[in-house]
Design a protein around this ligand. Structure first.
Ligand SMILES: NC(=O)c1ccc[n+]([C@@H]2O[C@H](COP(=O)([O-])OP(=O)(O)OC[C@H]3O[C@@H](n4cnc5c(N)ncnc54)[C@H](O)[C@@H]3O)[C@@H](O)[C@H]2O)c1
Ligand SMILES: N[C@H](C(=O)O)[C@H](O)COP(=O)(O)O
Length: 335
């Protein structure tokens, strides 16, 4: 049986999402990686042939000659680079439909185009980002884990869209254990690793230097590592954060558990901004997205000559496709 198509959301219609979508369809149309876009087709340029569908099952038949579009219309005329909270309901509806199809098994995964958090917030959207919204739609709030991945490095975060002060305040051995277990499970289930190796970052300079430069390593991180080790998880740390992302150290682990947003995202985005992928772990569905944002400063909209790089969205599509395939293989072995 053929895999279900991937559901790609609209993202902010005034950002680079619509122009990237057309280019990614052109790059994938002759491959087995089939997707449909849930968005407003008036945002696509003349060069993109599209076909309206009413159900994901129709996507595969037209994919080679037309981008399948499940229509969600923007209520306000879109001006590239000028986001409007008036279009937030369409942005949110697109995400809801993608999750609905994925939970129903009619889409193989959700891939999201970038949204602008402040624009949605101005329209009353209560979630800090996709990750938390997706968890709420999947009834899995609190279990969501943000992973960023590029070929050289995978990182998973113990906290997501909170201030640095809040991230440190909320850090606990329980949270490190929980995130590590979700990450180890995903590495087995969706990436096919039999015995994933995790490295837990320290929080302080030199991982605390034996308590001289902060005691979170002694009070929180080491006890978490002891629990994980007892449970049979292959884990090392606390790792000095300034050296753990070097090529030599990276060869000792499959994923780093990082203790705040930028500790993990800076190394991935520096190593590979173009190829980096944002993945949400801990949900019943597979979700990926590019690692960049809406890039309003370069958005040109339909027909314009885009200078936005579509590599990260392309990587996100391919990764979602591969993860869905791997999950099916893993689950068939467990039966
Ligand atoms: N997955 C997501 O939904 C997601 C991810 C990150 C940021 N955001 C949101 O995007 C908005 C803008 O954030 P930002 O300015 O910090 O980050 P950004 O990634 O949108 O832009 C940062 C810089 O990178 C450039 N850039 C980004 N993507 C590019 C691409 N594909 N090709 C060429 N250049 C590219 C931009 O032009 C800009 O100069 C914010 O509201 C933020 O919340 C969303
Ligand atoms: N923290 C993410 C990043 O910088 O890539 C980004 O803000 C996206 O978050 P959501 O996937 O939760 O929207």
């Amino acid at each position: 049986m053929k895999a279900a198509p991937l559901a790609l959301t609209m993202g902010d219609p005034a950002g680079i999402g619509p122009e990237l979508t057309g280019r990614v369809w052109q790059a994938l149309r002759d491959t087995g990686c089939v997707f449909f876009w849930i968005g407003d087709p008036t945002l696509l340029g003349e060069a993109i042939v599209w076909q309206e569908i009413t159900h994901p099952a129709e996507a595969r038949a037209c994919f080679a000659h037309a981008l399948p579009v499940q229509r969600v219309s923007c209520p306000e005329v879109v001006q590239p680079g000028k986001p409007s909270p008036q279009n937030a309901p369409a942005v949110i509806e697109s995400i809801k439909q993608a999750v609905h199809y994925s939970l129903a098994g009619q889409a193989g995964a959700v891939v999201t185009n970038p949204i602008a958090k402040h624009v949605l917030a101005a329209a009353g959207f209560p979630h800090p980002g996709h990750t938390e919204f997706l968890a709420s739609l999947c009834k899995a709030s609190g279990q969501e884990v943000m992973m960023l991945a590029c070929p050289e490095l995978k990182v998973a975060l113990t906290s997501i869209h909170v201030s640095l002060q809040q991230a440190i305040k909320c850090l606990s051995a329980e949270r490190i254990v929980e995130v590590s277990k979700i990450t180890a499970k995903a590495l087995k289930r969706d990436f096919g690793l039999t015995n994933p190796r995790l490295a837990i970052a320290g929080l302080n300079p030199h991982a605390g230097e034996h308590g001289m430069m902060g005691d979170e390593e002694v009070r929180i991180i080491r006890p978490a590592i002891e629990v994980l080790t007892k449970e049979g998880i292959n884990v090392i740390g606390p790792m000095p954060p300034d050296t753990m992302f070097s090529a030599a150290v990276r060869s000792h682990y499959d994923a780093a558990i990082c203790l705040y947003h930028d500790q993990g995202l800076i190394p991935v985005k520096t190593l590979d901004m173009a190829g980096g992928v944002n993945i949400t772990l801990g949900l019943p569905i597979i979700r990926t997205s590019p690692d960049h944002g809406t890039a309003f400063d370069i958005a040109v909209g339909r027909g314009g000559k885009s200078r936005a790089d579509c590599s990260s969205l392309l990587s996100a599509m391919r990764m979602a496709h591969d993860m869905a395939h791997q999950r099916a293989v893993t689950e068939s072995h467990c039966k």
